[in-house]
Design a protein. Structure first.
Length: 302
């Protein structure tokens, strides 16, 4: 019999990619969505041919019904406390009541297990959920993927194409972990179908330093990039405090200071990964930063 995998958060960017990755696997896909979700997003899921279970109020009883017979629940829910803590707790409790054996929480981040509360608001929420999750009987696996590679050309101000600069903090030779959303989604589906996974799995499509990013950006664009270092971890921490005071954005998922907090964590020695789990599923083709930037710029070779 095919395993039944339930995905929550499938109307989001990563969640949709997870659903699409599951389509290529020998599994039955069930997506749970709120009935008031955007019509076009639900329609997109319907066009993929997956089974959709609509819930009206995201309560325990409705979600329990959707989880019956499910082998693994994948959470790709994104948001602040009302989502990562409140909504995800209901989903978890429903999965346990329905007898679901495995749960993948919505982490998809750098490894925050060595950090303390107060160092990153969004990761604090995930840590708090872990405390609840680890007291339950369900078998859970968290996936740590560093930062999404896509952020290099979007929300993470590291590659400044107009200024032809690579902005970095701290050590220019410190390796940072980046993984594309597609690689993360594919790895997640493998984990969902694998009945014997550990509590934590750590992956990176590429481990690369700012100095190496500068070389690659120059090669890909044909323009000379230079490194720009405003300061180290201490200065960045001060700037974060100032930015958060001037523009709190406490109800925003990714205010400017939140991105700075994430970068501050990435360059911290505590986030360094001793051993990657990329080889657990050798069939995955990992996308390097170089290949990603080449594809982004529409070039096949340099």
């Amino acid at each position: 019999m095919k395993k039944i995998i339930l995905v929550a958060g499938a109307t989001g960017n990563l969640g949709l990619r997870i659903v699409k990755a599951l389509l290529n696997k020998d599994a039955e896909i069930l997506v749970v969505v709120r009935s008031n979700s955007a019509i076009e997003k639900i329609k997109e899921l319907e066009n993929l041919g997956v089974k959709i279970y609509k819930v009206s109020s995201w309560n325990l009883e409705e979600l329990k019904t959707s989880c019956i017979g499910v082998s693994c629940v994948i959470s790709a829910l994104a948001g602040l406390r009302e989502v990562v803590i409140d909504a995800q707790k209901v989903l978890l409790d429903a999965a346990i009541l329905a007898g679901v054996p495995r749960f993948i929480p919505s982490d998809y981040s750098l490894d925050f297990t060595k950090f303390s509360y107060g160092e990153n608001r969004n990761l604090d929420l995930r840590r708090e959920f872990h405390e609840y999750l680890d007291k339950t009987s369900i078998s859970a696996t968290s996936i740590f993927n560093g930062a999404f590679t896509e952020l290099l050309i979007d929300e993470m101000p590291m590659i400044l194409f107009k200024q032809k600069m690579i902005l970095y903090w701290g050590n220019k030779d410190y390796k940072l972990g980046f993984t594309t959303m597609d690689n993360t989604a594919e790895f997640t589906t493998k984990v969902a179908l694998d009945s014997n996974t550990p509590r934590y799995l750590r992956i990176a499509g590429d481990l690369i330093s700012p100095r190496e990013v500068k070389v690659i950006a120059s090669q890909v664009t044909g323009q000379k990039f230079r490194l720009f270092r405003p300061g180290g971890q201490r200065l960045l921490a001060i700037i974060i405090k100032i930015a958060r005071k001037l523009a709190p954005g406490e109800k925003e998922l990714y205010p400017a200071w939140q991105g700075m907090q994430y970068m501050h964590n990435m360059i911290d020695e505590r986030s360094k990964i001793a051993k990657l789990d990329n080889s657990r599923y050798p069939e995955i083709q990992w996308t390097t930063v170089k290949y990603f930037l080449l594809k982004h710029h529409g070039k096949k070779s340099i």
